[in-house]
Ligand binder design. Structure first.
Ligand code: NAD
Ligand code: LMR
Length: 329
């Protein structure tokens, strides 16, 4: 009998939680033979809604769901006890007209206690994915408050941006999404992020050979990806949820399984100084995984245009870091 994996999800009664939990419980993430125990964490006023979510999980009778643990945010250590993955979704989303960084002083403080509780209660192999915005800097805060968890276990989500970029390139080129590969998001999950089309491939060829309209790539493509979150809030009146949950699932699968030869995926991780990104910043890079540890893909070249974009997004991450320096240990 395979030992269950314990997966904590904060903000579990929120809209992303509602799109995410059932997919994890159904076996889509860890496979049909891997039992999962879900740890659902919410703020005290949302515990009643969480009871309803638990009832619905029960009512799916998923063979892979081996248990549900509920905890409120006053008892985070109970919520994270022995967890192998902690998915930090719980936080306030932005509304119309806001930038994600406008949330920094609202959501940032949540991540000090989150980091401390993960550090004291989670499993020794815990891996943490921060989704709540501004996710790079919230991840930085949690990591800096978690002395027992090595820095290479922390991730902030840019997979949704990667998927958005892939979809845009597929539509423009008329190729299926599966033919768009090596699409890296650099830097911050914000309107400064740089979706690197120069190193992306379509049908195995450089994307710039397939889409020859470089003005579109440098202009409309980048700005569509950078502003997609705001466009969804404008259209839906609420921030992305199903696509965000899908990005979480794609990220956990990318982390937990060896990356195919030649492939890469995007996530923001603790910089080791690669590509001149300040050591210790949580910045998005092209990554590979061996199923346990990630590596930053080395040797990619960036022309002047690309380097300026990377510099701008890294500069924003440094500004965000300075804004929360009182929350960093
Ligand atoms: P939501 O408001 O629907 O749900 C958030 C939930 O978090 C709520 O149920 C709330 O009660 C709970 N919560 C708040 N503070 C908490 C705390 N301290 N501990 C535990 N739970 C807490 O919001 P949502 O649409 O699910 O979005 C959640 C976050 O994810 C937002 O910050 C949003 O901006 C972010 N997001 C990030 C990405 C990304 O790509 N990185 C994509 C989409 C959304
Ligand atoms: C997104 O990219 O959809 C999320 O980060 C939500 C937002 O505020 O844009």
């Amino acid at each position: 009998m395979t030992a269950p994996i314990r997966v904590a999800v904060t903000g579990a009664a929120g809209q992303i939680g509602y799109s995410l939990l059932f997919r994890i419980a159904s076996g889509q993430v860890f496979g049909p033979d891997q039992p999962v125990i879900l740890h659902l964490v919410e703020i005290p006023p949302a515990m009643s809604a969480l009871d309803g979510v638990e009832m619905e999980l029960d009512d799916c009778a998923f063979p892979t769901l081996a248990g549900v643990v509920k905890a409120d945010s006053d008892h985070l250590e109970d919520g994270f006890a022995d967890c192998n993955y902690v998915l930090c979704v719980g936080s306030v989303p932005r509304g119309k007209g806001m930038e994600r960084s406008d949330l920094i002083r609202i959501n940032g403080p949540i991540f000090t206690s989150t980091g401390q509780a993960i550090s004291s209660a989670a499993a020794s192999d815990v891996r943490v994915l921060v989704v709540g915005n501004p996710c790079n800097t919230n991840c930085l805060i949690a990591m800096n408050n978690a002395p027992n968890v090595p820095n290479d276990r922390w991730y902030a989500m840019t997979m949704l941006d990667q998927n958005r970029a892939i979809s845009q390139l597929a539509q423009k080129s008329g190729q299926p999404v599966s033919e768009v590969t090596n699409m890296t998001i650099w830097g911050n999950h914000s309107a400064t992020q740089y979706p690197d089309f120069y190193n992306a491939k379509i049908d195995g060829k450089p994307a710039t050979e397939v889409i020859t309209d470089e003005a579109w790539l440098q202009g409309e493509f980048i700005s569509t990806v950078q502003k997609r979150g705001a466009a969804i809030i404008q259209a839906r009146g609420a921030s992305s949820a199903a696509s965000a949950a899908n990005g979480i699932i794609d990220t956990v699968k990318a982390i937990a399984n060896p990356t195919a030869a030649g492939a890469t995926f995007s996530a923001a991780v603790c910089s080791d100084g690669s590509y001149g990104v300040d050591e210790g910043l949580i910045s998005s890079f092209p990554l590979t995984s061996d199923g346990k540890n990630w590596s930053i893909v080395q040797g990619q070249s960036h022309n002047e245009f690309a380097q300026a974009k990377i510099d701008a997004t890294v500069a924003e991450l440094k500004e965000e870091r300075d804004t929360v320096k009182d929350l960093l240990k």
